[in-house]
Design a protein around this ligand. Structure first.
Ligand code: MRU
Length: 340
């Protein structure tokens, strides 16, 4: 498995990362020694996936502490890291948590360790939801590359497979940046889970014709009513799943729930450069001057979500009741095995 993010043990203080833009052709590892480099790695999706940018932001905060001459400079750096991508709540959450701990590296490492434990718990709870055999469909990339742990939605699939469920995974390629095609197929192959790649536009037809029994995706931000911001295309999948009577699950850590947000109507949805669409795959695929709308995320209404898998178990509708309850639960690391 590829490690997406780490603290560089040797040399000048730096956060190491795998440049996910180069996958699957090349394995490129890089070091961010400045706040500019941390911000650029997040903004360009060299490091991506909500929990992974949280872990990276946590190490970036520890790096900022070592670089900043005073508290004002430290806070200015953190504001830049927090703003590098607007939709994933994990980034701001992790930066704030390490800041509260004085920018300590130990606090950043704790967030990383917790992510691994949280992912394992999500995988175990979610695996029970999947059928014992048959097809499931997923979108974007939610495996170890996206979380710096075991993965969320993909972790659920891998865990179910490891537990003996005979699953076949249909993977949306996830235009325009192809996280499904470039990353999810690689992670599934590494885990030995059979998969088939489809273009995004084939998702509804695949659900209908290939006996898909569940759709499972990750999330970048979940409001208290279950409204879920995730990679563009997720909303369409949820509509198709509802139309076909297929359960639609979201898997995400508690740190992805925005407890301050009643619903998803005010979530900031990142819009990205037109050239990501006009230059799909590196060459011009549309007139260079054509107008482009390129939202990176959409919001799936909570009413279309069958269940939300967190480290605490599976939350069910009405989410207004089941999700806010999680805010006050003890952190996973503090739970005894019996209480888990
Ligand atoms: O733009 P990306 O690649 O960062 O988008 C990632 C997603 O939308 C994932 O589904 C989400 O962050 C959950 S990752 C476990």
């Amino acid at each position: 498995m590829f490690e997406p993010v780490w603290w560089e043990a040797d040399g000048e203080p730096a956060v190491g990362y795998l440049d996910q833009r180069a996958l699957p052709q090349e394995v490129v590892r890089a070091r961010a020694c400045t706040i500019d480099a941390v911000v650029a790695a997040i903004a360009t999706l060299a490091v991506r996936g909500a929990p992974a940018i949280g872990v990276f932001g946590a190490y970036g905060t520890a790096l900022a502490r070592t670089l900043a001459l005073d508290d004002a400079a430290f806070d200015a750096s953190l504001a830049r890291i927090r703003a590098a991508r607007p939709t994933a709540v994990n980034l701001a959450w992790a930066v704030d948590r390490v800041r509260e701990a004085g920018g300590s590296l130990a606090a950043a490492r704790a967030i990383h360790d917790e992510q691994r434990a949280v992912d394992r718990a999500i995988a175990q709870h979610g695996a029970e939801l999947l059928p014992s055999r048959g097809a499931v469909l997923t979108h974007c990339n939610t495996g170890p590359l996206a979380t710096a742990g075991y993965g969320t939605a993909l972790g659920v699939i891998v865990e179910a497979h490891a537990g003996g469920k005979r699953l076949h995974v249909y993977v949306d390629e996830t235009r325009p940046l192809l996280q499904g095609a470039r990353l999810t197929t690689v992670e599934l192959a590494q885990a030995g889970v059979p998969s088939t790649l489809i273009v995004d536009a084939a998702a509804a037809a695949t659900m209908q014709r290939k006996d898909v029994r569940a759709v499972i995706v990750g999330a970048d931000r979940i409001a208290c009513n279950g409204d879920t911001a995730n990679k563009i295309g997720t909303f369409g999948l949820a509509l198709a799943a509802a139309g076909l009577g297929i359960p639609f699950y979201v898997a995400a850590p508690r740190s992805t729930i925005d407890f301050a947000r009643r619903d998803g109507s005010t979530i900031a949805l990142e819009e990205r450069e037109p050239d990501e669409v006009r230059n799909a795959g590196g060459g011009l695929t549309a007139p260079a001057a054509v107008d482009v709308f390129n939202p990176a995320f959409d919001v799936t209404p909570g009413r279309l979500v069958t269940g939300i898998v967190t480290e605490y178990g599976v939350a069910r509708p009405p989410y207004e009741d089941s999700l806010p309850d999680l805010a006050t639960r003890p952190g996973l690391a503090m739970l005894t095995p019996a209480a888990r």
